[in-house]
Design a protein around this ligand. Structure first.
Ligand code: ZN
Length: 218
């Protein structure tokens, strides 16, 4: 089967309960139900269709392979994006719960591997809600993958020690930035960018001063 041109990874949550039943500790049953439903929906048009996601990551960090990577899947409501992306679904409803470390770590490893394999830049790791919907023509047309989804932490882990997207080891203040970020004094723009040439607001100055003083008081 010919490989697709893959440019993006799109992250989802399943918005399902923690487990289907008492025996389903890994989420395997829920993963199967998700695949079964998709197959039922698409069986006429695409008899070989497996799932709306290429990978499903269970609560305990188990990876369930779903749709073949060579095949697009209909995971985000954007036809063009579906053709050139890999969909990863984290089991759970991250509107309500926090992600456990095992599931998080597996996600990081899987995404790292895929980024390397398909040469996908970090800026193309998106949440479902970041994708422009074909229906509403805007982003944020869904809550997926939920407000507690640890997107910034995930990007931090994928960046392998680089503090922000837009500055690298060649940036003249990289050591100062790393130092202050580690202490939690600077946090960037909340989307993983430092924006070194942009103006700072009164509010940001106040927050930075507050964090420094707090730190000194401890
Ligand atoms: Zn989604």
């Amino acid at each position: 089967m010919k490989m697709r041109n893959i440019k993006y990874i799109v992250l989802h949550h399943s918005a399902t309960d923690y487990q289907a039943n008492a025996e389903d500790t890994t989420g395997k049953q829920i993963a199967k139900t998700i695949c079964d439903r998709a197959q039922e929906q698409w069986k006429k048009e695409f008899p070989a269709y497996i799932c709306d996601y290429h990978f499903i990551i269970g609560h305990t960090g188990e990876v369930f392979k779903a749709q073949l990577i060579e095949q697009p899947s209909w995971h985000c409501t954007n036809y063009q994006a579906n053709l050139v992306s890999i969909g990863i679904c984290f089991l759970g409803n991250f509107e309500n719960i926090e992600m456990q470390i095992e599931q998080f770590n597996t996600g990081v490893q899987l995404i790292k591997t895929l980024m390397k394999q398909y040469n996908i830049p970090l800026t193309n790791i998106l949440r479902h809600r970041d994708v422009v919907s074909d229906i509403t023509h805007t982003t944020n047309s869904t809550e997926c993958p939920g407000k507690n989804f640890p997107y910034i932490h995930l990007l931090d882990a994928l960046r392998d020690g680089e503090p922000f997207f837009d500055i690298g080891e060649d940036y003249k203040c990289i050591n100062e930035v790393k130092f202050l970020k580690q202490l939690g004094i600077i946090k960037g723009d909340g989307k993983g960018y430092f924006k070194p040439k942009e103006y700072i607001t009164r509010e940001e100055v106040m927050l930075i001063a507050y964090r420094i003083i707090k730190l000194l008081q401890n």
